[in-house]
Design a protein around this ligand. Sequence first.
Ligand SMILES: [Zn+2]
Length: 201
Amino acid sequence: MAGYIKVITGGMFSGKSQELTRLIERALIAELSVEIFYPRVAERVSVRDIRTRLDKKRHAVTFHEIETTQFASIGSWDSADVIAVDEAQFFSPQIVEAVKRWRHHGKTVYIAGLDMDYQENPFGSMGALMCLADDVVKLHAVCTQCKQHPAMISYRLTQDAEQIVVGESNYTALCLQCYDRVQMAEGGLRYSAVGSALSVD
Ligand SMILES: [Zn+2]
């Protein structure tokens, strides 16, 4: 039995977790068993969203919070029909082999993750996972500045330079034109106390 891999990707605020939830709900209606993996680094809004949305059917779903390097040793997925991974960009490259193995074992695999980090670099193993996938869906938020164009950039509102800074309030979604404009403007976007109502200095 051949498995199947679908990758749902795009920037922050683009609805990846909602789409992942929709696919999981669909699988549950079909009475399939579902295991959901997410990285320990990101017990965050998306995971809580998925838990809340699946509340009534939670008994049929198993959540696994795991370390980002832990994929090689996972065994409990053997009984699942459907395996969902959220925030896949945070996992170490071992995830690629795990996903291949799952497909060979006939699993349906749904993977949600950021395509790019805040500096437009491909994030973690998402590029490799997109190559492997049977289907790829790219979602876009709307730009929070021009409120018109599709957002490509998860723009970081803080000065941190590490690749991983978790927390939706630290980011906003920008289109490429607004990103370039903000990059050229001295000081970039101002970070308001409520994490919104931003403007170029
Ligand atoms: Zn824009």
